[in-house]
Design a protein. Sequence first.
Length: 92
Amino acid sequence: MALHRLQHHSVGPVRRRFWAETALGTLSGLLFLVTLVWRDWIELLFGVEPDAGSGALEWLIVAVTALVTVLCALGARMEWRRTHPAGAHSLR
């Protein structure tokens, strides 16, 4: 009776979307860490102080990159699970 409920899930290659989300998530995660640890990198790299030294821009960058990292990780996870369902290996 329960056999008709089993579906055969094929495990296929992930789409480009997975790789784009993984790459963007990794880059934003690195920028998050760099900005969190080395807050004056913008001033040193570009020679300007866009927030007049208050640090507000750096905290905005930390918040935005954290959000982008989490969203990309969730998107990549959903894309991975779309092509690699949990029960696919046990049904073979």
